[in-house]
Design a protein around this ligand. Sequence first.
Ligand code: ITT
Length: 208
Amino acid sequence: MEIIVATGNQGKLREFREILSDWQVRSMAEAGIRADADETGTTFAENALIKAEALEKVLRERHIEAIAVSDDSGLEIDAFGGAPGVYSARYLGHDTPYEIKNRIILNRLADTPDEERTARYVAAIAAVMPDGTVLHSHGTVEGIIGWKSEGDGGFGYDPIFYVPEFGKTMALLSPDEKNSISHRGRALREMLVKIRSWLETNGRTADR
Ligand code: ITT
């Protein structure tokens, strides 16, 4: 059985493929599917479920047997009361380049000392299995909003998200380093354990 990922975010998709390197993974676009989902939830888990269920509905209508997987994630900055959180993609304008978004965040934190620059990335992953079973997983990674934008790896807020255990920003980590500690890497590995268990219980195997 293959995994179809309910995302339009190319950065997420690349990381899904890296982390699920021995699974058969297709994006919705590759599967020729459009499943519009209104992210009306107030938690990452709710929005992840909305996206996975929207995809699963289309899979069911088209008699495609696959695992519908989604990721809802974001950056929580403590000095901003946890914002942008679930609104991370829309924050400061959905189409505003991250170079500008990151510069605005750094400016707003210009007078904030190190100890108050704490932040975390959070990811909720949802999977809807072909029998309708819903699986959830969750991952976080703690960090600090740096003083300048550095690096061009990863995507989004990575150039300003400083990872203390590596002593550099997320955008300066190699893909393997990022995936080994990231919110998405952690959530996805937890999800794989649950998916494998479902496959085993149901006498099914993964497409590889
Ligand atoms: P889909 O809903 O199509 O998956 P999206 O980008 O709209 O794509 P979300 O609503 O989950 O997805 O928003 C996630 C946002 O959080 C993302 O656009 C970035 O702004 C931020 N984000 C999440 N994970 C990140 C990461 O690993 N590195 C940098 N920014 C990240």
